[in-house]
Design a protein around this ligand. Structure first.
Ligand SMILES: Cc1cc2nc3c(=O)[nH]c(=O)nc-3n(C[C@H](O)[C@H](O)[C@H](O)COP(=O)(O)OP(=O)(O)OC[C@H]3O[C@@H](n4cnc5c(N)ncnc54)[C@H](O)[C@@H]3O)c2cc1C
Length: 447
Protein backbone atom coordinates (compact mmCIF):
# COMPACT_ATOMS: atom_id res chain seq x y z
CA UNK A 1 0.00 0.00 0.00
CA UNK A 2 1.18 3.50 -0.75
CA UNK A 3 -0.14 6.87 0.26
CA UNK A 4 1.00 10.46 0.69
CA UNK A 5 0.41 10.11 4.44
CA UNK A 6 -0.17 7.05 6.61
CA UNK A 7 -1.67 7.73 10.03
CA UNK A 8 -1.35 4.99 12.67
CA UNK A 9 -4.12 5.24 15.28
CA UNK A 10 -7.65 6.58 14.74
CA UNK A 11 -8.09 8.34 18.09
CA UNK A 12 -8.64 12.07 18.67
CA UNK A 13 -5.25 12.97 17.16
CA UNK A 14 -4.97 10.55 14.24
CA UNK A 15 -8.53 11.04 13.02
CA UNK A 16 -8.22 14.85 13.03
CA UNK A 17 -4.91 14.73 11.13
CA UNK A 18 -6.21 12.24 8.55
CA UNK A 19 -9.36 14.24 7.86
CA UNK A 20 -7.56 17.55 7.54
CA UNK A 21 -4.92 16.12 5.17
CA UNK A 22 -7.49 14.38 3.00
CA UNK A 23 -9.64 17.51 2.74
CA UNK A 24 -6.56 19.29 1.40
CA UNK A 25 -6.08 16.71 -1.36
CA UNK A 26 -3.59 14.27 0.20
CA UNK A 27 -4.03 10.53 -0.29
CA UNK A 28 -4.37 9.31 3.30
CA UNK A 29 -4.56 5.84 4.84
CA UNK A 30 -5.72 5.65 8.49
CA UNK A 31 -4.83 2.40 10.28
CA UNK A 32 -6.55 1.36 13.52
CA UNK A 33 -6.05 -1.86 15.50
CA UNK A 34 -9.09 -1.52 17.79
CA UNK A 35 -12.04 0.81 17.39
CA UNK A 36 -12.24 4.18 15.66
CA UNK A 37 -12.33 7.04 18.15
CA UNK A 38 -9.53 5.65 20.35
CA UNK A 39 -9.46 5.97 24.12
CA UNK A 40 -11.48 9.21 24.28
CA UNK A 41 -14.54 7.69 22.67
CA UNK A 42 -14.28 4.06 23.76
CA UNK A 43 -12.82 4.09 27.26
CA UNK A 44 -12.10 7.70 28.23
CA UNK A 45 -13.80 11.08 27.89
CA UNK A 46 -17.21 10.01 26.60
CA UNK A 47 -17.97 6.90 28.71
CA UNK A 48 -16.67 8.62 31.87
CA UNK A 49 -18.90 11.66 31.24
CA UNK A 50 -21.84 9.34 30.55
CA UNK A 51 -21.17 7.72 33.95
CA UNK A 52 -20.90 11.13 35.64
CA UNK A 53 -24.18 12.23 34.07
CA UNK A 54 -26.00 9.06 35.09
CA UNK A 55 -24.58 9.18 38.63
CA UNK A 56 -25.65 12.81 39.15
CA UNK A 57 -29.15 12.08 37.87
CA UNK A 58 -29.32 9.30 40.46
CA UNK A 59 -27.67 11.23 43.27
CA UNK A 60 -29.85 14.32 42.83
CA UNK A 61 -33.02 12.23 42.90
CA UNK A 62 -34.17 13.70 46.19
CA UNK A 63 -34.05 17.41 46.53
CA UNK A 64 -36.69 18.22 49.09
CA UNK A 65 -35.46 21.79 49.43
CA UNK A 66 -36.69 22.55 45.92
CA UNK A 67 -39.80 20.42 46.23
CA UNK A 68 -38.78 17.11 44.69
CA UNK A 69 -38.96 13.71 46.33
CA UNK A 70 -38.84 10.53 44.30
CA UNK A 71 -37.21 7.14 44.45
CA UNK A 72 -34.97 5.50 41.88
CA UNK A 73 -32.71 2.51 41.50
CA UNK A 74 -29.58 1.83 39.50
CA UNK A 75 -29.53 -0.62 36.57
CA UNK A 76 -25.97 -0.61 35.29
CA UNK A 77 -26.71 -3.22 32.61
CA UNK A 78 -29.26 -0.85 31.08
CA UNK A 79 -26.86 2.06 31.50
CA UNK A 80 -24.10 0.14 29.67
CA UNK A 81 -26.48 -0.58 26.77
CA UNK A 82 -27.20 3.15 26.47
CA UNK A 83 -23.51 4.04 26.82
CA UNK A 84 -22.37 1.57 24.13
CA UNK A 85 -25.18 2.92 21.94
CA UNK A 86 -23.85 6.47 22.02
CA UNK A 87 -20.30 5.20 21.45
CA UNK A 88 -21.37 3.13 18.44
CA UNK A 89 -23.25 6.11 16.97
CA UNK A 90 -20.09 8.19 17.19
CA UNK A 91 -17.91 5.41 15.72
CA UNK A 92 -20.35 5.23 12.78
CA UNK A 93 -20.05 9.01 12.35
CA UNK A 94 -16.24 8.80 12.34
CA UNK A 95 -16.23 6.05 9.73
CA UNK A 96 -18.75 7.98 7.62
CA UNK A 97 -16.58 11.10 8.01
CA UNK A 98 -13.54 9.17 6.71
CA UNK A 99 -15.49 7.88 3.73
CA UNK A 100 -16.83 11.33 2.89
CA UNK A 101 -13.40 12.92 3.13
CA UNK A 102 -11.79 10.18 1.03
CA UNK A 103 -9.64 8.74 3.87
CA UNK A 104 -8.96 5.02 3.40
CA UNK A 105 -9.68 3.40 6.80
CA UNK A 106 -7.94 0.09 7.42
CA UNK A 107 -8.41 -2.21 10.44
CA UNK A 108 -5.15 -3.78 11.54
CA UNK A 109 -2.14 -3.45 13.81
CA UNK A 110 0.74 -1.53 12.23
CA UNK A 111 4.45 -1.70 12.96
CA UNK A 112 7.26 0.32 11.46
CA UNK A 113 10.21 -0.87 9.39
CA UNK A 114 13.33 1.10 8.45
CA UNK A 115 12.63 4.02 6.11
CA UNK A 116 9.17 5.45 5.85
CA UNK A 117 7.73 1.94 5.65
CA UNK A 118 5.82 -0.47 7.82
CA UNK A 119 3.57 -3.48 7.80
CA UNK A 120 0.23 -4.64 9.11
CA UNK A 121 -0.25 -7.74 11.26
CA UNK A 122 -1.70 -9.35 8.13
CA UNK A 123 1.75 -9.00 6.51
CA UNK A 124 0.70 -6.27 4.03
CA UNK A 125 3.46 -3.68 3.72
CA UNK A 126 2.98 0.06 3.37
CA UNK A 127 5.05 3.11 2.60
CA UNK A 128 4.34 6.83 2.52
CA UNK A 129 5.96 10.21 2.05
CA UNK A 130 4.96 11.00 5.67
CA UNK A 131 3.86 8.83 8.58
CA UNK A 132 2.02 10.10 11.66
CA UNK A 133 2.21 8.02 14.84
CA UNK A 134 -0.94 8.59 16.91
CA UNK A 135 -1.06 5.38 18.94
CA UNK A 136 -2.07 7.02 22.23
CA UNK A 137 -1.52 5.68 25.72
CA UNK A 138 -2.46 2.79 28.02
CA UNK A 139 -2.98 2.70 31.81
CA UNK A 140 0.18 2.53 33.92
CA UNK A 141 0.32 0.08 36.81
CA UNK A 142 2.50 0.30 39.95
CA UNK A 143 4.70 -2.27 41.67
CA UNK A 144 2.71 -4.63 43.85
CA UNK A 145 -0.57 -3.93 42.05
CA UNK A 146 -0.97 -5.99 38.88
CA UNK A 147 -4.19 -5.48 36.92
CA UNK A 148 -6.25 -8.66 37.21
CA UNK A 149 -9.35 -6.88 35.83
CA UNK A 150 -11.57 -8.40 38.48
CA UNK A 151 -10.36 -6.85 41.75
CA UNK A 152 -7.41 -4.71 40.71
CA UNK A 153 -8.89 -2.55 38.01
CA UNK A 154 -7.96 -0.04 35.34
CA UNK A 155 -10.22 2.82 34.26
CA UNK A 156 -11.41 0.61 31.38
CA UNK A 157 -12.69 -2.01 33.84
CA UNK A 158 -14.56 0.62 35.84
CA UNK A 159 -16.20 2.05 32.73
CA UNK A 160 -17.40 -1.43 31.72
CA UNK A 161 -18.73 -2.36 35.19
CA UNK A 162 -22.26 -3.67 35.62
CA UNK A 163 -22.22 -3.66 39.44
CA UNK A 164 -21.30 -0.89 41.84
CA UNK A 165 -18.40 -1.97 44.10
CA UNK A 166 -19.24 -1.89 47.80
CA UNK A 167 -15.95 -0.20 48.54
CA UNK A 168 -13.04 0.90 46.41
CA UNK A 169 -9.54 2.23 46.97
CA UNK A 170 -8.54 4.59 44.16
CA UNK A 171 -4.80 4.97 43.87
CA UNK A 172 -4.09 8.31 42.20
CA UNK A 173 -5.79 11.65 42.85
CA UNK A 174 -5.40 13.13 39.36
CA UNK A 175 -8.25 13.95 36.97
CA UNK A 176 -9.19 10.33 36.23
CA UNK A 177 -9.08 9.31 39.91
CA UNK A 178 -11.19 12.32 40.96
CA UNK A 179 -13.81 11.84 38.24
CA UNK A 180 -14.19 8.16 39.01
CA UNK A 181 -14.28 8.80 42.77
CA UNK A 182 -17.09 11.30 42.12
CA UNK A 183 -19.40 8.98 40.21
CA UNK A 184 -18.61 5.88 42.27
CA UNK A 185 -19.42 7.71 45.52
CA UNK A 186 -22.66 9.08 44.03
CA UNK A 187 -23.64 5.53 43.06
CA UNK A 188 -23.15 4.42 46.68
CA UNK A 189 -19.63 2.98 46.77
CA UNK A 190 -17.48 3.71 49.83
CA UNK A 191 -14.52 5.46 48.21
CA UNK A 192 -10.98 6.09 49.48
CA UNK A 193 -8.47 8.07 47.40
CA UNK A 194 -4.72 7.72 47.98
CA UNK A 195 -2.41 10.33 46.40
CA UNK A 196 1.40 10.23 46.70
CA UNK A 197 1.83 13.99 46.17
CA UNK A 198 0.85 16.78 48.56
CA UNK A 199 -2.48 17.65 46.97
CA UNK A 200 -5.37 16.25 44.98
CA UNK A 201 -5.17 17.35 41.31
CA UNK A 202 -1.45 18.12 41.75
CA UNK A 203 -1.21 20.38 38.67
CA UNK A 204 -4.08 22.71 39.49
CA UNK A 205 -4.35 26.04 41.28
CA UNK A 206 -4.19 25.60 45.10
CA UNK A 207 -7.64 27.15 45.74
CA UNK A 208 -9.13 24.91 43.08
CA UNK A 209 -7.57 21.79 44.59
CA UNK A 210 -8.88 22.75 48.06
CA UNK A 211 -12.40 23.27 46.67
CA UNK A 212 -12.30 19.85 44.99
CA UNK A 213 -11.20 18.19 48.24
CA UNK A 214 -14.12 19.85 50.04
CA UNK A 215 -16.59 18.56 47.48
CA UNK A 216 -15.12 15.04 47.51
CA UNK A 217 -15.37 14.96 51.30
CA UNK A 218 -19.00 16.10 51.11
CA UNK A 219 -19.63 12.98 49.03
CA UNK A 220 -18.20 10.91 51.90
CA UNK A 221 -14.88 10.15 50.15
CA UNK A 222 -11.80 9.61 52.37
CA UNK A 223 -8.68 11.28 51.06
CA UNK A 224 -5.06 10.52 51.93
CA UNK A 225 -2.42 12.82 50.40
CA UNK A 226 1.36 12.45 50.79
CA UNK A 227 0.54 8.76 51.08
CA UNK A 228 1.73 5.50 49.61
CA UNK A 229 -0.43 2.39 49.31
CA UNK A 230 0.84 -1.19 49.31
CA UNK A 231 -1.22 -4.19 48.41
CA UNK A 232 -1.64 -6.99 50.93
CA UNK A 233 -3.37 -10.36 50.94
CA UNK A 234 -7.00 -10.97 50.12
CA UNK A 235 -8.84 -11.46 53.41
CA UNK A 236 -12.47 -12.15 54.27
CA UNK A 237 -13.34 -8.44 54.08
CA UNK A 238 -11.70 -8.01 50.67
CA UNK A 239 -8.31 -6.91 49.40
CA UNK A 240 -6.07 -5.57 52.14
CA UNK A 241 -4.37 -2.26 51.41
CA UNK A 242 -1.81 -0.66 53.70
CA UNK A 243 -1.73 3.16 53.53
CA UNK A 244 1.41 4.44 55.22
CA UNK A 245 -0.33 7.51 56.70
CA UNK A 246 -3.25 5.52 58.16
CA UNK A 247 -3.18 4.42 61.80
CA UNK A 248 -4.79 1.08 60.87
CA UNK A 249 -2.45 -1.74 59.78
CA UNK A 250 -4.49 -2.19 56.65
CA UNK A 251 -7.93 -1.46 55.23
CA UNK A 252 -10.08 -3.94 53.29
CA UNK A 253 -11.63 -3.05 49.93
CA UNK A 254 -13.93 -4.79 47.51
CA UNK A 255 -11.95 -3.35 44.54
CA UNK A 256 -8.85 -1.31 43.82
CA UNK A 257 -8.62 1.15 40.92
CA UNK A 258 -5.16 2.12 39.71
CA UNK A 259 -5.30 5.65 38.29
CA UNK A 260 -1.66 6.71 38.46
CA UNK A 261 -1.29 7.93 34.91
CA UNK A 262 -0.77 6.53 31.47
CA UNK A 263 2.24 5.35 29.48
CA UNK A 264 2.90 5.58 25.75
CA UNK A 265 1.24 2.87 23.66
CA UNK A 266 4.32 1.83 21.69
CA UNK A 267 4.64 -1.90 22.31
CA UNK A 268 5.25 -3.72 19.04
CA UNK A 269 5.28 -0.47 17.06
CA UNK A 270 8.80 -1.13 15.76
CA UNK A 271 10.23 2.19 16.91
CA UNK A 272 13.71 0.70 17.32
CA UNK A 273 13.70 -0.79 13.79
CA UNK A 274 12.62 2.57 12.40
CA UNK A 275 15.28 4.45 14.44
CA UNK A 276 12.76 6.54 16.37
CA UNK A 277 13.93 7.79 19.75
CA UNK A 278 11.95 7.76 22.95
CA UNK A 279 12.52 10.10 25.91
CA UNK A 280 13.42 9.29 29.54
CA UNK A 281 9.75 8.89 30.45
CA UNK A 282 9.15 6.41 27.61
CA UNK A 283 7.24 8.73 25.27
CA UNK A 284 8.20 9.35 21.62
CA UNK A 285 10.65 12.22 21.50
CA UNK A 286 9.52 15.04 19.18
CA UNK A 287 10.72 18.51 18.23
CA UNK A 288 8.60 21.67 18.46
CA UNK A 289 6.79 20.69 15.24
CA UNK A 290 6.16 17.14 16.45
CA UNK A 291 8.77 15.66 14.12
CA UNK A 292 10.41 12.49 15.48
CA UNK A 293 14.10 11.68 15.18
CA UNK A 294 13.33 10.36 11.63
CA UNK A 295 12.55 12.99 8.95
CA UNK A 296 9.02 12.64 7.58
CA UNK A 297 7.75 10.70 10.60
CA UNK A 298 5.69 12.66 13.13
CA UNK A 299 4.11 11.75 16.48
CA UNK A 300 1.10 13.40 18.13
CA UNK A 301 -1.24 13.15 21.12
CA UNK A 302 -0.80 10.98 24.20
CA UNK A 303 2.09 9.00 22.72
CA UNK A 304 4.36 12.07 23.00
CA UNK A 305 3.46 12.75 26.66
CA UNK A 306 2.76 16.21 28.07
CA UNK A 307 -0.90 17.09 28.53
CA UNK A 308 -2.76 13.85 27.80
CA UNK A 309 -6.02 15.41 26.67
CA UNK A 310 -8.23 14.70 23.69
CA UNK A 311 -8.43 18.33 22.52
CA UNK A 312 -4.64 18.62 22.74
CA UNK A 313 -4.26 15.45 20.62
CA UNK A 314 -6.71 16.89 18.07
CA UNK A 315 -4.81 20.18 18.00
CA UNK A 316 -1.51 18.30 17.50
CA UNK A 317 -3.12 16.42 14.60
CA UNK A 318 -4.31 19.60 12.91
CA UNK A 319 -0.94 21.31 13.38
CA UNK A 320 1.04 18.38 11.98
CA UNK A 321 -1.36 18.22 9.02
CA UNK A 322 -0.57 21.93 8.39
CA UNK A 323 3.16 21.26 8.62
CA UNK A 324 2.93 18.40 6.10
CA UNK A 325 0.93 20.64 3.75
CA UNK A 326 3.47 23.44 4.13
CA UNK A 327 1.05 25.73 5.98
CA UNK A 328 2.42 27.88 8.85
CA UNK A 329 0.83 26.77 12.10
CA UNK A 330 0.76 28.29 15.60
CA UNK A 331 2.38 25.79 17.97
CA UNK A 332 2.07 28.02 21.04
CA UNK A 333 -1.65 27.62 21.72
CA UNK A 334 -2.80 27.39 25.31
CA UNK A 335 -4.23 24.10 26.56
CA UNK A 336 -7.40 24.43 28.66
CA UNK A 337 -7.92 21.83 31.41
CA UNK A 338 -11.20 20.55 32.78
CA UNK A 339 -11.83 18.08 35.58
CA UNK A 340 -15.38 16.78 35.79
CA UNK A 341 -15.60 16.68 39.56
CA UNK A 342 -18.76 18.02 41.21
CA UNK A 343 -18.59 20.97 40.92
CA UNK A 344 -16.44 20.93 37.79
CA UNK A 345 -13.12 22.72 37.62
CA UNK A 346 -11.73 24.39 34.53
CA UNK A 347 -8.53 26.23 34.02
CA UNK A 348 -6.54 28.04 31.37
CA UNK A 349 -3.30 29.97 31.54
CA UNK A 350 -1.16 30.96 34.47
CA UNK A 351 -2.05 29.93 38.03
CA UNK A 352 -1.83 32.37 40.96
CA UNK A 353 1.29 30.57 42.20
CA UNK A 354 2.99 30.80 38.77
CA UNK A 355 2.11 34.51 38.54
CA UNK A 356 3.75 35.26 41.91
CA UNK A 357 7.10 35.58 40.15
CA UNK A 358 5.82 38.39 37.90
CA UNK A 359 5.81 41.84 39.56
CA UNK A 360 2.48 43.68 39.57
CA UNK A 361 0.17 40.74 38.85
CA UNK A 362 -3.29 41.07 40.39
CA UNK A 363 -5.72 38.29 41.33
CA UNK A 364 -9.47 38.71 41.87
CA UNK A 365 -12.18 36.20 42.73
CA UNK A 366 -15.92 36.26 42.26
CA UNK A 367 -18.06 33.72 44.12
CA UNK A 368 -21.06 32.03 42.50
CA UNK A 369 -22.92 32.50 45.80
CA UNK A 370 -23.60 36.09 44.64
CA UNK A 371 -24.96 35.13 41.21
CA UNK A 372 -28.71 34.98 40.52
CA UNK A 373 -28.49 32.05 38.05
CA UNK A 374 -26.43 29.98 40.52
CA UNK A 375 -28.99 30.69 43.26
CA UNK A 376 -31.86 29.76 40.93
CA UNK A 377 -30.08 26.49 40.10
CA UNK A 378 -29.55 25.73 43.79
CA UNK A 379 -25.79 25.36 43.22
CA UNK A 380 -23.80 28.30 44.54
CA UNK A 381 -20.53 26.44 45.12
CA UNK A 382 -17.28 27.75 43.73
CA UNK A 383 -15.77 30.84 42.18
CA UNK A 384 -14.11 32.43 39.18
CA UNK A 385 -10.54 33.57 39.68
CA UNK A 386 -8.76 35.85 37.21
CA UNK A 387 -5.01 36.36 37.22
CA UNK A 388 -4.06 39.58 35.38
CA UNK A 389 -0.83 41.38 34.57
CA UNK A 390 -0.12 44.90 35.87
CA UNK A 391 -1.49 46.36 32.60
CA UNK A 392 -4.70 44.36 32.99
CA UNK A 393 -3.92 41.67 30.41
CA UNK A 394 -5.57 38.40 31.43
CA UNK A 395 -2.97 35.74 32.16
CA UNK A 396 -5.02 32.95 33.67
CA UNK A 397 -8.60 32.02 34.58
CA UNK A 398 -9.55 29.27 37.04
CA UNK A 399 -13.13 28.30 37.65
CA UNK A 400 -14.71 25.94 40.15
CA UNK A 401 -18.45 25.64 39.70
CA UNK A 402 -21.39 24.16 37.92
CA UNK A 403 -20.75 23.88 34.15
CA UNK A 404 -17.31 25.48 34.41
CA UNK A 405 -16.32 23.19 31.49
CA UNK A 406 -18.61 25.32 29.33
CA UNK A 407 -17.51 28.65 30.82
CA UNK A 408 -13.79 28.19 30.20
CA UNK A 409 -14.18 28.74 26.43
CA UNK A 410 -14.79 32.46 26.95
CA UNK A 411 -11.69 32.70 29.16
CA UNK A 412 -9.61 30.84 26.56
CA UNK A 413 -10.72 33.26 23.85
CA UNK A 414 -9.97 36.25 26.09
CA UNK A 415 -6.43 35.08 26.85
CA UNK A 416 -5.61 33.94 23.28
CA UNK A 417 -6.87 37.30 21.94
CA UNK A 418 -4.78 39.13 24.57
CA UNK A 419 -7.81 40.82 26.15
CA UNK A 420 -7.55 42.88 29.33
CA UNK A 421 -9.89 42.64 32.32
CA UNK A 422 -11.34 45.95 31.14
CA UNK A 423 -12.25 44.40 27.76
CA UNK A 424 -13.92 41.47 29.50
CA UNK A 425 -15.75 43.72 31.96
CA UNK A 426 -17.21 45.76 29.06
CA UNK A 427 -18.78 42.72 27.33
CA UNK A 428 -22.54 42.45 27.71
CA UNK A 429 -23.07 39.00 29.23
CA UNK A 430 -26.58 37.55 28.91
CA UNK A 431 -28.66 37.42 32.11
CA UNK A 432 -29.25 35.27 34.05
CA UNK A 433 -26.30 33.02 33.17
CA UNK A 434 -23.29 31.52 34.86
CA UNK A 435 -20.97 33.33 32.41
CA UNK A 436 -21.95 36.61 34.10
CA UNK A 437 -19.49 35.51 36.80
CA UNK A 438 -16.62 36.14 34.35
CA UNK A 439 -17.82 39.70 33.70
CA UNK A 440 -18.39 40.33 37.41
CA UNK A 441 -14.92 39.04 38.28
CA UNK A 442 -13.36 41.27 35.59
CA UNK A 443 -15.26 44.25 37.04
CA UNK A 444 -13.67 43.61 40.43
CA UNK A 445 -10.36 44.94 39.05
CA UNK A 446 -9.84 48.69 39.49
CA UNK A 447 -9.83 50.85 36.31
C1 LIG B 1 -10.93 7.62 31.87
C2 LIG B 1 -10.42 8.72 30.98
C3 LIG B 1 -11.10 9.90 30.89
C4 LIG B 1 -10.63 10.91 30.07
N1 LIG B 1 -11.34 12.07 30.01
C5 LIG B 1 -10.90 13.08 29.22
C6 LIG B 1 -11.61 14.30 29.12
O1 LIG B 1 -12.66 14.47 29.75
N2 LIG B 1 -11.13 15.27 28.32
C7 LIG B 1 -9.99 15.10 27.60
O2 LIG B 1 -9.60 16.01 26.88
N3 LIG B 1 -9.28 13.95 27.67
C8 LIG B 1 -9.70 12.94 28.45
N4 LIG B 1 -9.00 11.77 28.51
C9 LIG B 1 -7.76 11.66 27.73
C10 LIG B 1 -8.04 11.33 26.25
O3 LIG B 1 -8.84 10.19 26.15
C11 LIG B 1 -6.73 11.14 25.50
O4 LIG B 1 -5.91 12.26 25.73
C12 LIG B 1 -6.96 10.99 24.01
O5 LIG B 1 -7.74 9.85 23.76
C13 LIG B 1 -5.62 10.87 23.28
O6 LIG B 1 -5.84 10.76 21.92
P1 LIG B 1 -4.76 10.08 20.97
O7 LIG B 1 -5.28 10.26 19.59
O8 LIG B 1 -3.42 10.56 21.28
O9 LIG B 1 -4.76 8.53 21.36
P2 LIG B 1 -5.88 7.45 21.57
O10 LIG B 1 -7.21 8.02 21.75
O11 LIG B 1 -5.36 6.55 22.63
O12 LIG B 1 -5.91 6.68 20.19
C14 LIG B 1 -4.84 5.88 19.77
C15 LIG B 1 -5.38 4.81 18.84
O13 LIG B 1 -4.29 4.14 18.25
C16 LIG B 1 -4.59 2.77 18.12
N5 LIG B 1 -3.33 2.03 17.99
C17 LIG B 1 -2.37 1.90 18.94
N6 LIG B 1 -1.33 1.19 18.44
C18 LIG B 1 -1.65 0.89 17.16
C19 LIG B 1 -0.98 0.19 16.12
N7 LIG B 1 0.24 -0.32 16.31
N8 LIG B 1 -1.59 0.05 14.93
C20 LIG B 1 -2.83 0.58 14.71
N9 LIG B 1 -3.51 1.27 15.67
C21 LIG B 1 -2.92 1.42 16.86
C22 LIG B 1 -5.35 2.47 19.40
O14 LIG B 1 -6.13 1.32 19.27
C23 LIG B 1 -6.18 3.73 19.60
O15 LIG B 1 -7.46 3.62 19.02
C24 LIG B 1 -9.45 10.73 29.31
C25 LIG B 1 -8.76 9.51 29.39
C26 LIG B 1 -9.24 8.52 30.21
C27 LIG B 1 -8.47 7.22 30.25
Amino acid sequence: MEADVIVIGAGSGGYAAALSLSKHGKKVILIESEKAGGVCLNSGCIPSKAFLYMASQYYNKENEKIGITCSSKIDLVKFQEWKYGIIQKTIDNILAGCKKAGVEYISGRASLMPGKRGKLDTGIEFSAENIILATGSVPRSIPGFTFDHSRILSNEDILAMTEVPLSICIIGGGAIGVEMATFLAKLGSKVTVVEALAKILPNTDDDVSRAVVRSLKELGISIHVNSMATCGETGPGGLQVHINTCPEDSLAFDKILIAVGRKANIEGLGLKDAGIEIDEAGFIRVNEKMGTSQPGIFAIGDVIGGAQLAHKATQDGLMVADTIMGIESDYSMLTPYVVYSDPEVASVGMTETEAKGIPGTIVKRYYFAALGKALAMNDTRGFVKIVAAENGQILGVHIVGHESSNLIGEALLAIEKKMTVKDLAKLMHPHPTLCEALGECARAFKD
